[in-house]
Design a protein around this ligand. Structure first.
Ligand code: IMP
Ligand code: MG
Length: 184
């Protein structure tokens, strides 16, 4: 796996430090929430991020899981929710957590679906954002890092299902980078 990596763009130490700050922000928002927070993580990319984030949260919380299939940029095959663990978010404080905000299709879809269920509040948190691509009208409440518009892997993010277990966020060597990337 290491041999496929060209360069690291966000190291594990920077990720850990930023997650401490992000958990503090989430704690300030929801620390007094009576019923506790519901975190909805978007699978599979957010698995490692959400696992690290929630272990730093002091308040009661539950977790919901949603899988979105996406075919990047394809209009004929829009993003779709293909799995949901069906946590009831009606009247609850909800924080959506995803690995990366790219075109925004995924986050928009999950936001719309959860908004439909009438949560008390709804916020979004992403570890990474590609500011060149992210639509200006879709602003997550919390962003870990803005990154250049390159395909990144590691810390949960994959290419063709691989590299999720790489501990840093990295760019693959030229030639190994995808031009087409169907993923969930
Ligand atoms: P969006 O719907 O275009 O915003 O894409 C969001 C989803 O695509 C994320 O949840 C990721 O799973 C995936 N994705 C976008 N960019 C990358 C990348 O650079 N590396 C790996 N996955 C990515
Ligand atoms: Mg994803």
């Amino acid at each position: 796996m290491q041999a496929d990596i060209d360069r690291i763009i966000v190291s594990r130490d920077r990720i850990a430090a930023r997650i401490r700050e992000m958990a503090d922000a989430v704690g300030e928002w929801y620390g007094n929430s009576e019923q506790g927070l519901i975190i909805v993580a978007i699978l599979s990319g957010a698995i490692i991020f959400v696992a690290d984030l929630i272990r730093r949260l002091p308040m009661k919380m539950k977790i919901g899981l949603i899988t979105v299939s996406s075919y990047h940029g394809s209009r004929s095959r829009p993003a779709q929710i293909v799995y949901s663990s069906h946590v009831d978010v009606t009247g609850r404080d909800v924080l959506i957590v995803d690995d990366i905000l790219d075109t925004g299709q995924t986050l928009r879809l999950v936001l719309a679906e959860l908004a439909r269920q009438g949560p008390a509040s709804l916020r979004t948190c992403v570890l990474l954002r590609k500011p060149d691509k992210a639509p200006p009208d879709l602003k997550p409440d919390l962003v870990g890092f803005d990154v250049e518009d390159v395909f990144v892997v590691g810390y949960g993010l994959d290419y063709n299902g691989h590299y999720r277990n790489f501990p840093d966020i990295a760019v693959l060597k030229p030639g190994l980078c995808p031009t087409y990337r169907p993923m969930v």
